[in-house]
Design a protein around this ligand. Sequence first.
Ligand SMILES: [Zn+2]
Ligand SMILES: [Zn+2]
Length: 948
Amino acid sequence: MGADVTGVSRRAYAKSRGISEAVVRKYLSQGKLSDALLPDGTLDVEKADQLLAASITRDRAQPVELRTAKARHLRAKVRRVGDAVRDLERSLVHADRVGPIASVVGIIVANALRPIAERMAPIIAGMNGKDAHLALRNAVSDALEIISSTIVAGVDGAKGGEERELELDELSEPQLLAVQANLQADKLELERALAKGILCQVADVVEAHEEQMVVSKTLVLAMPGRVAPHAESETAEQLKVRITEEIKDALAAGPPVEVRDENQLAGPFAELAGQEVLRRALIESSRAINRPPPRMSVPDWADAYRSLSTSAGAVGGPWQTHRVEVARGPMMAVTEPDVETITIMCCTQTMKTSVLENTLGYFAHLDPAPMLVLQPKDEMADAFSKERIAPMIASSPALRAIMGDRRTRTGADTLRFKKFPGGFLAMASAGSPSNLAMRAIRIVLLDEIDKYETSKEGDPVALAEERTATFTTNRLSIRACSPTWEETSRIYKSYMEGDQRKPFVNCPHCGHAQVLDFFAHVGWNKNEDGSHRPETGHIHCEACGAEWSEAERLKIVSTKHAIQHRQTKVFHCCGSRQDPLIERRWEWDDEHQVGYAICKECGRRGVPNRHASFWASKLYSPFISVAGLVEKWLSAQGDQDTKQTFYNTQLGVPFKAETHRAIDAHSLAARAEPYDGTKELPEGVVVLTAGVDVQSMGATGQGRLEVEVVGWGLGEESWSIAIAAFEGDPASPQVWSQLDQLLMAPYKHPLGFNLYLAGACIDSGGHNAQDVYRFVRERSGGNIWAIKGTNADRGVNWSPIWPDATQERPKQRYRTGYRPTIVGVNAAKWAVHQQLLVDEPGPGYCHFPTGRPDNWYHQLTSEELLIERKDGVEQRRWKLRKSMLNEALDCRVYAYAALNGLYQVHQLNLEKQAASLFRNAAELARQQYGTAEVRVEPRRRTIRHSLD
Ligand SMILES: [Zn+2]
Ligand SMILES: [Zn+2]
């Protein structure tokens, strides 16, 4: 075969001949096309045509021209153009006709609303505000009901847009070509008219219409609240004017209400299918929007309409709110009158997500509105959509009907944007504020607000809530998060601003209502030797002292209405300061499941409920036992970070850091011990590192290198071994050779061997970076690292002390442009700070030798951690105290960074290191003294370990 003969694939051949691939395969298997098969498995087109023609002729015993396949091909092409034209016709509408079509809805709305003024004014005149409000609200509700049902009739009566199929089968090839040309001309014309504005997109019109409808309805719903207060003081005539004005304003915001003769508007494309599509879409969305707000609570909605999805995506049975009863309170607050903001400060995995999900589902289904979910990061917004919203829609038929149907999806639907009749759900990240400035939103759900970062535009919480300004009377903002640090936690601040509801439960033994507090109500037993027995963890009643069994607790936390959320915010009334937790006076509202704090004197409510704030700890969770919680608490001891995690994620309360406990330079100096590590190391030292601070010559002309050598033992207990300052210009080799001597020196260990420095970090952040690189390059094998402090630290997100292995410097060390290791100095300072706070020898404790100048201790404690909120976001930064130097601290921080470098780069393990050193010492001793009796063991100590 010549190289010029190339075949086509079976698929391509089948396609080009208008037959299916299966047919080609069949012919091949029957041997009919064997002669056309090329060695590479492709088909020789010409030969295949001949064989196929012959074979078909033989099979059917009638002449079939090849032109038939070509004609079929042409027909398919024409049909495609036809489809495109039809799609255009269905998606476009004549701009002149939008008004008349929309006014069909507008007129229904106006006819239902206008009579309210005439009818209600005489009824409410003279009524008190509360009764008038109720009467007007019912009238509005009735009117919306009428609108909704009238529109239903409208949609049923609307004529269906039948689709006509192109009849092409009887056409000859020239005729087909003519049809194709015509269709292409139609298509062009439609596109030109769209560009000129003669036509417009149905989807755009529907969106604008829905926005109008929503604003219009909001104004109607606000009317009772604005008119009712005047009912007692104004005449029926005055009230009628007032109601008329309010309704006029509402109608002005909605679709057009003027009648025009639709038939007189006969421009080109008068008969576009899009007009019918638009009519149906407007009616459908208007019906959804105009439903009066439901008299149903969110938990009842979830119980009735939600199913749980299993991890496999299957339906896992009906939702039951009482399974995690503590979540009922915040869900009830969604429909509680006057509540505008809900704050949920809670431990992980109790109520936050379910409240957010059910609120979304409730509004999408029953009270459609524009909604926004804000997550701290883009990835989290995507994950919320995929892992929360998608399964909820898939497993709940009511939601699937409005949000899950592929056919009703508009082009606007994406992972971050779900459209449904009367509203949409947008998911955005607080990190991209431009997302926020788009549209008016009625319901904002702000998730993980302690993790939001403030941008140039401002605080994301404020920005998002500003979007709700249009919806003055029925907007809602839910803020949710586990708290972080007390000083800066957004959610904690928000909780304190709110009415501070707490979950009360009744003791199963004495009936006393109390708020479960881990530190006040949880106890456990100890063994005789004083060790803890977390498995005995239990709750005891604050009134009768009875121990609750785990079964009793579980029953409470998963029984409908067994938990009562009551306001606990301190208030002033009748001249006295009243603390609801002390006065214990509440008015229980059974319909909305909330205990309003009331004044002990006048009996009136003392705390406004505009901002309902909720809190819950894991003691209200059915997913963890009290014993399990005690175990977590016990293992969090001794470590500030794990303790903080316990407070935040288990107790749902903010953590007050002990960082502000100032480290006192004098008390550090006072505990100096008489050892000289340069002569003999303390016995506990198993690894030596050094930190070097480089001071450039600068204006003072006083350049120098400052060094500290630190010995590290088990649990990062440390001994300062040596400090040194080499005066001179770091650009000259002299100071570096002095440093070299120090770094290479042996240190005598009391067990008979020498220890050498295992690693050192040299600051290369100043003017002498190149000098540092040169020094380090020459000692590339020795774990001497040139480092720079990271500048990636922002807010509370600090970089790790040592970069991950993946971010390690490039292997080519000799390339120009040596890259220093980027060290998380903030985090390293934090660790050193924590060590300096340890005041008992043992893990983390810092030993100092006698003879250090006072100034050195002052430098070591020269910086303090400032926690502040800047532009709404938490900032933690180290601040040098007034007119102090900090070189000693820097050296210590770099020495600690070097230890972390050894962990990361050489998998150093202090315990293993100690064991091997002591084994070597024993071996050494055996060789020297010829006895196997020498037993040297490290002192037993608990090593700090981190918890997950
Ligand atoms: Zn009791
Ligand atoms: Zn009072």
